[in-house]
Design a binder for this molecule. Structure first.
Ligand SMILES: [Zn+2]
Length: 304
């Protein structure tokens, strides 16, 4: 701590060195990455984004599913669709970073008119041909959102942490939503118990792919300035529970990138997840959280 680093990627505030970590999850190389913490908004962020960041996504970061696997994966996404359906009727839905479209498929089956903004060319082809939704290939979602018609839902499932300019994408999303529309965001939680305990060994730091970890209060406040009201926060859905267990599994391993986890390690992670459930599933202490924001102002924000 104490070393003053670059300005915060979210609020522009001053940052200080927080921790360093290697790419434990994939071991693309042995480089050590420095993360800083914003002194104003407490966002944890990668200090210097590598110029060759794409390299850390290579080698099957997105695994191509068969149509059968797509359907099976879509079942696991049903809780997200149910969460949205509890707040809005189906309408135009834009998903940023849909990968191979398990959620896009589930949302489309539930009646949403889905468009995916995705940087990977193979994913885009799969989205159009197999998933059956529109796909726009781009690494700049803020620019794409600016030219799309108003959306009822914009969804970002574990995407915000990968963005170099998360603030710009939040602004573009807020401006694109129709009045009463929803912005759904799921992210790793920098206030997680797992992060406090495991630090650089925490799987959801995912150096260097995760560029920022935004605290719940910071995200809520930023959204509020964009005319978005917090509709709900979820910390106990199936994916958040998976994130809790997975963090302990990878945290217990010396080299999680090499081979699959031995059964005793998986069992130990299951026990830890269960024992820690009263802590991790409440009070924003779990590995991930999901927030739904509702556009209160709609056109008024758009005109600003
Ligand atoms: Zn900040």
């Amino acid at each position: 701590m104490g070393v003053i680093a670059g300005p915060c990627r979210l609020c522009g505030g001053r940052t200080a060195a927080a921790l360093t970590a290697t790419d434990r999850n994939r071991e693309v190389d042995g480089r050590r990455f420095a993360y800083d913490r914003c002194l104003t908004c407490a966002t944890i962020q990668l200090g210097g984004v590598p110029g060759d960041l794409e390299r850390y996504y290579d080698d099957g970061y997105h695994g191509v599913p068969t149509p059968g696997e797509l359907r099976a994966h879509a079942v696991l996404e049903a809780h997200k669709v149910e969460l949205l359906r509890a707040h809005v009727a189906p309408g135009r839905l834009v998903e940023i970073g849909p990968s191979y479209g398990a959620f896009a498929f589930a949302a489309s089956e539930a009646g949403f008119d889905v468009t995916g903004i995705e940087m990977d060319a193979d994913c885009c082809a799969f989205l159009e041909r197999t998933v059956g939704v529109r796909a726009i290939r781009s690494a700049g979602p803020e620019a794409v959102l600016a030219r799309l018609p108003p959306s009822r839902v914009i969804a970002m499932w574990h995407v915000l942490e990968h963005l170099e300019h998360p603030g710009r994408v939040l602004e573009a999303a807020a401006a694109n939503l129709e009045p009463g529309g929803l912005l759904a965001i799921a992210v790793p939680n920098p206030h997680a118990l797992g992060f406090r305990v495991l630090r650089g060994r925490w799987a959801h730091l995912d150096a260097p792919r995760h560029l920022c970890l935004v605290p719940h209060a910071t995200l809520v406040e930023r959204a509020r300035t964009l005319g978005l009201e917090l509709a709900t926060t979820v910390t106990d859905d199936p994916f958040a529970r998976h994130c809790n267990r997975f963090a302990w599994e990878y945290g217990l391993r010396r080299r999680p990138a090499v081979g699959s986890s031995p059964t005793p390690v998986v069992r130990a992670s299951q026990v830890l997840e269960k024992l820690l459930a009263p802590v991790e599933r409440t009070g924003l202490r779990g590995s991930a959280y999901t927030v739904l924001f509702r556009s209160a102002l709609g056109g008024a924000v758009r005109g600003r």
